[in-house]
Design a protein around this ligand. Sequence first.
Ligand SMILES: [Zn+2]
Length: 373
Amino acid sequence: MSISAKSLIRRFEEYCPLWLAEEGDPVGLHIGTLNREIQRVMMTLDVRPEVVEEAIAKKVDLIIAKHPPIFRPIARLTEDDLQTKMYIDLLRNNISVYAAHTNMDIIEDGLNDWFCEMLDVEVDSYLKKTHTVHYKKLVVYVPVEHSAEMRQALGDAGAGEQGNYHHTSYSLIGTGRFTPNEEASPAIGSANKAEQVQEARIEVLFAETIQDQLLAAMFEVHPYEEPAFDILPLDNPPQIYGIGRVGNLVNPMPIEQFAQKVKETFRIDGLRLIEATEPKKMIQRVAICGGSGGNFYPDALRANADVYITGDVYYHTAHDMQTNGLTVIDPGHNIEIVCIPKFVEKMEQWKLEEGWDLEIIPSETNTNPFQYR
Ligand SMILES: [Zn+2]
């Protein structure tokens, strides 16, 4: 028993779309193919030789990773180099690898939201806006007896999603008129004879990012040789996406205490603190960006953050942060491992909803290269 890798990834991308990734970020399928059946999927932060060994031992078919394993182009593919041997091992064992990287930092209910949830930070804004998605309207005219199928297809393709509602639409019944010529193959009527058909005019709202897939879905189920439809631009407020989050601590506290809270929350042995304000100041406004968010520190300053949490802070960037009066906690990049249980939980939910026969495995390999002494 198995499911298709494509159906899993389709569901995954409804939640974490590729177009949300930063430009040049090599997200998506990385190694192997999605044109296959899978029985076991493994979620991991990093793909390292030890993780590949684990995947082989657990007979995994597909790895979903937060960090793209081929981040920098490789010049050779040999077994002498352990890094590239890992790619060969994956191919030999027919293990496909898919990566969701910066798109996971941006999506709603994604990595940065989870960090805030864990730290009791109530999110009110993004650290940095990344995407502005405008809405459009699709109006399609279809014979009344095809309208239910059309509404279903448009909803399945992602149209009509508004807040907690999906498959929203509006329709009216009217009269469609046409006269086929001799070259036509009309679904209804015959050459040179004026025809009248009772048609539904179906209206759906959609995000411009799904236009191509939406039109494809419409053409797929429309019975006419020449479907009649309109795409209308709208002035509705756009959907904004951003990387990182800013919010207020439910219980403000001094930096020393907050640093302890960060350590306990992420179960880490140590962190780096760049202290730029006096120790008694109560920390309330928190900006956070998982991974290496050092470059976003001016955004944390603009957001009036009392503290900025991010990983991989460079020595000289730390000087700049200090000079600008920004207190920073660098808990390391590895705190992103919280994505493993969160994603396993999500996939278990999808598995239930879709009735998938799929084993979902969280990687148990520790991929943190750093230790504290
Ligand atoms: Zn990362």
